[in-house]
Write a protein that binds this ligand. Structure first.
Ligand code: APR
Ligand code: ZN
Length: 265
């Protein structure tokens, strides 16, 4: 592992435009379960997974019932979101924020709805699956915080007259145009992609590493940090996998980057 951490540090230092992609694995050390790991939410609760696949249709069909379920009056999902809101960043999140401060990582594209990257100090964060801290109007695309709307009467409405929903992107829901575009642009322009804590099986997010590898003239370096190999590892999309916990590996990578810089300067 030590050799791979040194290699990652040298690749990062020699990169011109490195970005990071993250998934639920980077937040498990903050106490938020992932989805498909051994203790994952979908792995351990098939009923919750089935309900998650119905959520977007419920919003389209009956937004009032959708909100009642999401606010935990009828279902359990509200309770899960409340837990997510209380979570704090861990050393993995802080390490990526540090790499941004060092001018190396230009952007974090995350599947996580927990808001822990901005909370850890990362500035340029694309929340590809939305945020549990925001609402969004699918009609005009505008987003706002929960403190800006009244949930006395459900469903809440946008100024444009559209019905608001959680900013979180549910299964079968299209990825909002703005984040989809920004993410694709970053994936095609980066020369290094650091992929942390994702099983890389959910699309269209999982197409971003393939776009970075196959979608342009010069392929960038793709590094995975994950507890287990993924399809990206098996298909050779990533150049190498550092198998371990993001909260333990990423701080070591930052430390190595600092050492390299010191020796270089
Ligand atoms: N460090 C490194 N890897 C970890 C850690 C950790 N501390 N904890 C878990 N992992 C790994 C797991 O082994 C698994 O390979 O992270 C991966 C998490 O994968 P998923 O649970 O599938 O999460 P993710 O890839 O983010 O899921 C994508 O699916 O359910 C939807 O919308 C949801 O955004 C989510 C999307
Ligand atoms: Zn609107």
């Amino acid at each position: 592992m030590k050799g791979l951490i040194e290699r990652a540090a040298s690749d990062l230092i020699n990169s011109k435009r490195a970005i990071a992609l993250t998934g639920a694995g980077i937040s498990t050390e903050s106490g938020i379960p992932d989805f498909r790991g051994p203790k994952g939410i979908w792995t351990t609760d098939k009923e919750a997974e089935a309900k998650a696949y119905e959520r977007y249709e419920l919003f389209l069909r009956d937004p009032k019932s959708y909100w009642e379920e999401m606010l935990g009056e009828k279902g359990t999902h509200g309770a899960f979101y409340n837990e997510v809101r209380k979570a704090e960043p861990n050393p993995g999140h802080y390490a990526l924020a540090e790499l941004e401060k060092l001018g190396i990582v230009k952007c974090v594209i995350t599947q996580n709805i927990d808001g822990l990257h901005p909370k850890a100090g990362s500035k340029n964060v694309i929340e590809y699956h939305g945020s549990v801290h925001k609402l969004r109007c699918p009609s005009c695309g505008s987003r706002c915080g929960f403190e800006e709307v009244s949930l006395e009467k459900l469903p809440p409405y946008c100024k444009c007259g559209g019905v608001m929903k959680y900013d979180v992107v549910h299964f079968k829901e299209p990825i909002p145009f703005d984040v989809m575009n920004e993410a694709e642009k970053e994936a095609l322009e980066c020369d290094l992609m650091l992929i942390c804590g994702t099983s890389a099986v959910v699309y269209p997010f999982a197409s971003l590493p393939r776009a970075a590898k196959l979608g342009r003239r010069t392929s960038g370096t793709i590094i995975e940090i994950n507890a287990e190999p993924t399809p990206l590892t098996r298909e050779g999309i990533s150049d190498y996998l550092i198998q371990g916990k993001t909260g333990e590996v990423l701080p070591q990578v930052v430390e190595a980057v600092r050492r390299w810089r010191l020796n270089r300067d």
